[in-house]
Structures are given as structure tokens and as C-alpha cells.
Design a protein around this ligand. Structure first.
Ligand SMILES: [Zn+2]
Ligand SMILES: [Zn+2]
Length: 304
């Protein structure tokens, strides 16, 4: 009997030991359990079911609740519309901006004010390819186009986001259009295609010259955003698209939604918060960074 008790005690000891090991692992919290957090843009404590992110700890401006059907309405953190001074950054030779009460109309002839190997060799902005691989450059040269976009002067977040389509999704400060992350119907941009892009992150397509990618950090690039806070352009839902960094902190914003958007001030807004996008600091396809590959969080307006 004494012998059996001894065995039993030994077994019990082993079991206790195992349990202690498990406890230790948990206490150290090595394994992080991510949960879904929903954006609370209007600060009412209710989260927007359409805008979420996974995180171990509650991100700023996000809540666990997902029952807010009108997150952009109510007590909104929008304190001003699109800052008008942002339009000073656009290429005045290509882009005309008119303000008409509740609306802003942006018209562009699509001719960018920077050098590119995609210009006709007779053009003064023509340069030999520096970044672009001449073998994978798309055919054609930069030619005049016509883009007219009318957006609300105070765009609002839509109750549901919209996927972007082929063709222009916005107008860059240079005047040339911004395209998304596709090269054809449901055909993702590949590194092979991107290798033919110029330093501005653009190339020619059937409808003309356009950008997909963040530009490169080379001497020739004097006006397009690279890893900074500069304005990239305006998207068709009326929200401005900025470079990867926040103008106030100089850091990459950490509170971006899945489209790269957040509320905050920019260099144009005099400290006032408004919703805008940033280029997301994430490699799209090695080594390229896409300008805008997400869904529009506002209501898309049609290009004319
Ligand atoms: Zn393209
Ligand atoms: Zn920002």
C-alpha cells in the first residue's frame, strides 16, 4: 500500500509539473491572439462593420463593437471639407480646378509635367529610360487626353466601400490619371509588367499614360511623392491621396483603414482633421509599392 501511495504521489507530481509548464507558456504571452476591431470614426463607441482590422490590442479609433450603421454620420470627426490649398499642388499647365459651392471640378489634359521615356523623343521632357526596362516598356507615347471629375467639396464616407475599376480612379498632381492594382479585368499587376514602368511609376496603356506605383527616389524625380508626405492626387470619391508618411509626425500612420485612409490633419488643412488616404507602406509586388490598391471608402464619381 505504501508503495502504491508513492506511485500515486509520483504521478500526481508529474501531472502538476505538466500543468505548471502550460501555465508558464501562457503567462509569458508569447502567443498573441488577434481579434477583429471595427473603426469608430464618429466616436460614438459603435464600430463600423465595413472597416475592420486584426490586432492583438485595441487600435486607436477602433472598437470591438460592429453595430454602427452610420459611422460617418452623427458626431463626426470631419471638421472641414477637402482643404482648398491642396489644389495648389496640381500642375496648373494640365489641371484646371473650379470650385462651385458644394462641388469641385477637376479637369485635366493628362499631360504630366515630368520627364519620362514614354514621351515622344521630340518632346523636351523625353529622357532615356533610367528605371524602366526598355524591353518591357509598353508601346506608345504620352498623348493628350481628357479627364473631368466632379466631386463634393466635403466628401463623406459611404456606408459601404466600392471596389475600383479599370481605367482612371483618380488624377495625380501631375495631371496624369491614377490607376489601381490591375492591368486587365481581374488581372493583377505583375513585377514583369511593372519593370517597364518609368521612375514616376507610370506607363502607357490603350487609354494613355497613367500611374500604378509610387515613384522612385532618383534625382530626376523632383515633384512626385516617394516615401514622404507629399500629395499624390485626388481619387474619384473626392478624397485626397497622400504619400506614405504623416505630415505632422513624419512617420507612417498606424491607424489606417484597409484602404489606407484615416482622419487627421495634413500639411494643407491648418490642423483640421479630414478623411484622406495615404499610400500604404507595404510592398505590393517586390520591389514595388502600389499607389492605391484598396476599395474606395467614399462614393465614386464618374469621370467624364
Ligand atoms: Zn497600366
Ligand atoms: Zn494622414
Amino acid at each position: 500500500m505504501k508503495y502504491l501511495t508513492y506511485i500515486f504521489a509520483l504521478l500526481l507530481g508529474t501531472v502538476v509539473l505538466f500543468y505548471s509548464c502550460d501555465d508558464d507558456a501562457d503567462d509569458e504571452g508569447v502567443v498573441c491572439v488577434q481579434t477583429t476591431w471595427f473603426e469608430d470614426a464618429d466616436g460614438d463607441g459603435l464600430g463600423n462593420p465595413d472597416v475592420s482590422q486584426l490586432a492583438c490590442e485595441q487600435p486607436n479609433g477602433f472598437v470591438a463593437d460592429n453595430t454602427d450603421t452610420d459611422d460617418a454620420g452623427g458626431v463626426s470627426t470631419i471638421t472641414g471639407g477637402t482643404p482648398v490649398s491642396a489644389f495648389d499642388d496640381f500642375n496648373a499647365d494640365a489641371v484646371t480646378v473650379s470650385f462651385d459651392g458644394d462641388e469641385i471640378t477637376i479637369e485635366s489634359n493628362a499631360l504630366p509635367n515630368h520627364t519620362s521615356p514614354y514621351w515622344d523623343s521630340s518632346n523636351e521632357l523625353f529622357i532615356d529610360a533610367i528605371i524602366a526596362d526598355p524591353n518591357t516598356m509598353s508601346p506608345g507615347t504620352i498623348r493628350e487626353g481628357s479627364y473631368t471629375l466632379t466631386v463634393p467639396s466635403s466628401p463623406e464616407l459611404a456606408s459601404a466601400s466600392s471596389s475600383t475599376g479599370l481605367g482612371a480612379i483618380g488624377i495625380a498632381i501631375s495631371g496624369a490619371p491614377i490607376f489601381n492594382d490591375e492591368e486587365g479585368p481581374n488581372i493583377q499587376l505583375t513585377a514583369q509588367v511593372a519593370s517597364g514602368f518609368d521612375y514616376a511609376g507610370g506607363h502607357n496603356g490603350p487609354t494613355g499614360y497613367h500611374y500604378h506605383l509610387e515613384s522612385s527616389d532618383i534625382e530626376e524625380n523632383t515633384l512626385l511623392s516617394f516615401d514622404d508626405e507629399r500629395l499624390v492626387g485626388i481619387l474619384q470619391d473626392g478624397f485626397l491621396l497622400y504619400g506614405r508618411r504623416d505630415s505632422e509626425t513624419g512617420d507612417y500612420p498606424t491607424d489606417l483603414d484597409e484602404s489606407g485612409g484615416h482622419f487627421g490633419p495634413t500639411q494643407h488643412s491648418n490642423g483640421e482633421s479630414f478623411y484622406h488616404y495615404h499610400v500604404i507602406n507595404e510592398i505590393f509586388v517586390e520591389p514595388y509599392i502600389i499607389l492605391f490598391g484598396g476599395d474606395l471608402q467614399g462614393t465614386p464619381n464618374q469621370f467624364m
